[in-house]
Design a protein around this ligand. Structure first.
Ligand code: SF4
Ligand code: SF4
Length: 400
């Protein structure tokens, strides 16, 4: 296992995420404890020392399970991370409510959530603690002075219940900047120490992860990676794409390309993978045995392989198209939504809710004037894409 330096710590470059542990069946979120213990034990014994969970992973069971699994090892021999679920909370006149996946559950305030998390995880401190999913929909909650979530967590850091504080984000690059600016001196004084973002070779352009990585790097914030294989989607492709990669490295898995790509980014510290089987874990451990990254030739092959993935629109977020749009549509953002929906049909609904799209920002406002397509260097038929996206949204809304 290779290790990364962070402050005075040595963290395994591959970290174990506990959101996709083996389940007892295909329906519920219930963890198959026997199989999951086996995975955690194997990970620990083979050099992984960073374990990540969150309040609602596995319907709330993940923290409890991980707490039990890790309690069999000396506390100082592993790093444990969990998160405040502010992205699933609302606050109105002194009253907290859970939303999204937690809607309807009896809500408790952040300080009680934190206390509960320590108990569930059987620890007296967290090595790493994150504001979970800072995004367009959760920014108000996290920055609300009356709630004071960040102030509360800073206090926990001062009293030793949190060793290192950070945030995770699935949002647009501008929102990360807004949040960092709001953090102000807390960030400047090193109180916010790391950021976890979705980063992989597909999202580098598709979700403009490139810009997010740049923003964090410019501000000297080390990057923790989540979704390195996009929930397994970069672990296996259809014929042509697989063949291109296998031709170059016949003995290596398709997933290993995703990890070696990330290992070549200098500001990446930890790469989290939600491993669901021993087979996946063993394969990933092999990729992290040494520092090897993609060669220049392999990067070219990977670019070619990505191009073969059907249905993805090659928007580079240059924004040339936005200036002349009479409807002021954020075209790259809408194309990003279109691409996401090609990979995951549920993503439209998630994006519409999490990113708080207003009516006048939806693709249905496009009047097909074609001004955008004329200036697009990628030759994208933008009006046609927006029409298709609009139809998809109409269909989804009708089915609710
Ligand atoms: S075709 Fe649609 S998106 Fe393009 S400039 Fe015209 S209104 Fe804007
Ligand atoms: S001009 Fe083309 S490539 Fe650039 S942001 Fe617009 S759609 Fe994307």
């Amino acid at each position: 296992m290779i290790y990364k330096n962070f402050k005075d710590l040595k963290i395994s470059a591959l970290a174990m995420g506990a959101m996709r542990l083996p389940k007892v069946d295909g329906v519920s979120e219930k963890i198959d404890k026997e199989k999951s213990f086996e995975i955690i034990d194997y990970a620990y014994k083979n050099g992984i020392n960073y374990f990540d969970t969150a309040y609602r992973y596995h319907g709330g069971e993940s923290e409890t399970f991980l707490g039990e699994a890790l309690s069999r090892y000396p506390r100082e021999s592993f790093y444990l991370a969990t998160k405040m679920p502010g992205h699933m909370m609302t606050y109105n006149k002194g009253k907290f409510e859970f939303s999204s996946l937690m809607a309807g559950l009896p809500a408790i305030p952040p300080d009680e959530i934190f206390k509960q998390q320590l108990q569930k995880c059987r620890v007296s401190y967290f090595d790493f603690y994150l504001l979970h999913n800072v995004c367009e929909g959760s920014l108000d909650f996290y920055t609300n002075k009356e709630i004071g979530v960040l102030d509360f967590l800073i206090k926990q850091k001062e009293n030793g219940a949190i060793r290192h504080l950070g945030f995770s984000a699935h949002c647009r690059p501008e929102t990360i900047e807004t949040f960092l600016n709001w953090c102000g001196k807390n960030f400047a004084e090193g109180i916010i120490e790391f950021a976890q973002i979705q980063l992989n070779y597909l999202d580098w352009d598709l979700q403009n992860a490139k810009r997010k990585y740049e923003i964090l790097t410019e501000r000297k914030i080390p990057v923790w990676v989540m979704e390195p294989c996009r929930g397994g989607k970069l672990a296996n492709f259809d014929g042509q794409t697989n063949a291109l990669l296998k031709q170059v490295r016949p003995d290596d898995s398709i997933a290993s390309w995703a990890f070696r790509y990330l290992k070549s980014l200098p500001n990446v510290c930890v790469i989290l993978s939600g491993m669901s089987s021993l087979e996946q874990l063993k394969d990933n451990l092999k990729t992290f045995e040494d520092e090897s990254v993609l060669s220049e030739k392999e990067k070219e092959v990977l670019n070619e392989a990505v191009k073969t993935l059907s249905g993805l629109i090659p928007c580079t977020s240059c924004r040339y198209c936005c200036e002349g749009c009479p409807k002021n549509l954020d075209i790259p953002r809408l194309i990003e939504m279109f691409n996401e929906s090609s990979l995951n049909p549920n993503s439209i609904l998630i994006k519409l809710t999490a990113e708080t799209f207003k009516e006048n920002e939806l693709p249905s406002n496009c009047i097909s004037c074609g001004a955008c397509a004329k200036v697009c260097p990628q030759g994208i038929d933008i009006p046609n894409i927006l029409k298709k996206l609009s139809d998809k949204i109409t269909e989804i809304k009708a089915s609710l």
